[in-house]
Ligand binder design. Structure first.
Ligand SMILES: *Cc1c(COP(=O)(O)O)cnc(C)c1O
Length: 421
């Protein structure tokens, strides 16, 4: 193996030795990740069994898509897995931002206030909310107000939430994962505490969770802790690396229906919409998701541990509890960030020969560099890394359909960064 890694990927003896030490060091955490995967796999399997998923559900529909048994079963299976009343899982929810936007537009009306209680939401949501540069068509354009409670040293600021929420507060937005931030991702337990606190002030406030990257990382989900609506992308965790596009919304039935009104149109809601060939992928992907999430969590853990050993600050740290698939590494210079992403790209099954470069990605303020050599374009449940080009030059890596292949990319990234000196 060493010979192959050296010949094909230029991995030095030093990095190989380091990697072997790290693999031994992280054994207790990988065992824990496997345990959560097993629990979630049984949960998913049971939902398939309870809803008697059969070959017929794998087929799609055309035209209006009336009585699409697969589509209806997928919603029911998702709802059960997430401990929710109902779900809207569609290939034509184009990404995570779209899924979250559906939740916001579903519940917020002119004069209402949305409060983000976990600081600045994910970059692409700024345009949706209206704090970005476009404005037109945003929630603000429709007369929805926005307030934000920043985290205090990475912690939820309960006093500030208390003083910010008022009688116009209709909904609260909670972001589970760190996004492009340097803070611990929230656990579902912590999300439950926030929800109880907010609904203790006013129990009618709708709690919406941006669940991107969080699915199946823990044995529970935000909906198990009282979230009214949660949303995510199918080219991240719940698509299991199989779904080629899509998003989901799940939670309280009446709110899911409102999200469907927004996606489709009022009156038609969830009950119309051809699925073409998507049902098979969505079901197959959900079935694979607990396992694939575990593979990518092990990759994140391995990556964090290697870079900590190399002297970099990492978040989360190797021994920390993990509630999503993200590993952040503070690399400290543009060169190292670029070289890191090149290494990750080198270990990808697709486009490994391509050199990623920083570019002006739509919806983002700074230039972003992305390493993504994926079967599904941009899928971040597959091995990938991205970094906004700004100090302190943090790279975020995530994904990996198999730990053994992600391992190669991570070694290449480590080798590249070490060569920077
Ligand atoms: C990925 C992500 C989103 C949505 O991003 P898309 O690229 O639109 O799928 C939102 N929030 C967080 C925390 C994310 O990681």
């Amino acid at each position: 193996m060493k010979k192959l890694l050296k010949e094909k990927y230029g991995i030095s003896e030093e990095i190989m030795t380091l990697s072997e030490e790290v693999l031994a060091q992280i054994k207790p955490q990988t065992d824990e990740i496997r345990k959560v995967a097993k629990y979630n796999q049984i949960k998913v399997l049971a939902a398939f069994n309870d809803h008697k998923i059969s070959d017929a559900h794998l087929l799609g529909s055309t035209g209006y898509g009336y009585n699409d048994r697969g589509r209806e079963a997928i919603d029911a299976v998702y709802a059960q897995v997430f401990g929710a009343e109902d779900a809207l899982v569609r290939h034509n929810i184009i990404c995570g931002t779209h899924a979250i936007a559906l939740c916001l537009y579903a519940v917020l009306r002119p004069g209402d206030t949305l409060v983000s209680v976990t600081g600045k939401p994910y970059d692409t949501l700024e345009e949706v909310i209206g704090t970005g540069s476009f404005g037109l068509g945003s929630l603000k354009d429709f007369g929805v107000h926005y307030k934000q409670v920043d985290l205090a040293n990475g912690e939820v600021d309960y006093n500030n939430i208390m003083s910010t929420i008022d009688e116009n507060t209709k909904a609260v937005l909670i972001q589970k994962s760190k996004g492009y931030d340097w803070r611990p991702s929230l656990t579902n337990q912590q999300i439950g505490e926030i929800i109880r606190f907010v609904q203790g002030i006013n129990r009618d406030i709708i709690c919406i969770v941006d669940n991107c990257y969080g699915e199946f990382a823990e044995p529970d989900e935000p909906t198990d802790h009282g979230a009214d609506l949660i949303a995510g992308s199918l080219i991240k965790n719940p698509g299991g690396g199989i779904a080629q596009t899509g998003g989901y919304v799940t939670g309280r039935a009446e709110l899911v229906e409102l999200a469907a009104y927004r996606l489709n149109c009022v009156g038609l809601g969830k009950h119309v919409g051809a699925t073409s060939d998507a049902n098979r992928q969505i079901l197959h992907g959900l079935f694979m998701a607990p396992h694939i999430v575990a593979e990518s969590m092990m990759a994140a853990l391995f990556c964090g541990s290697v870079f900590e050993r190399l002297g970099f600050e990492v978040c989360p740290k190797p021994g920390d509890y993990r509630s999503d698939i993200i590993q952040a590494i503070k690399l400290g210079s543009e060169e190292k960030v670029v070289r890191f992403c090149e290494g990750i790209q080198r270990g990808a099954p697709i486009d490994s020969f391509v050199t990623p470069v920083p570019w002006d990605m739509p919806g983002y303020k700074h230039q972003v560099i992305m390493a993504a050599g994926a079967f599904t374009q941009g899928a971040s449940i597959e091995l990938s890394a991205d970094a906004p080009i700004k100090p302190p030059y943090i790279a975020y890596m995530q994904g990996g359909l198999t730990f053994d292949s992600a391992y190669v990319g991570i070694l290449c990234a480590a080798q590249n960064v070490v060569r920077c000196g």
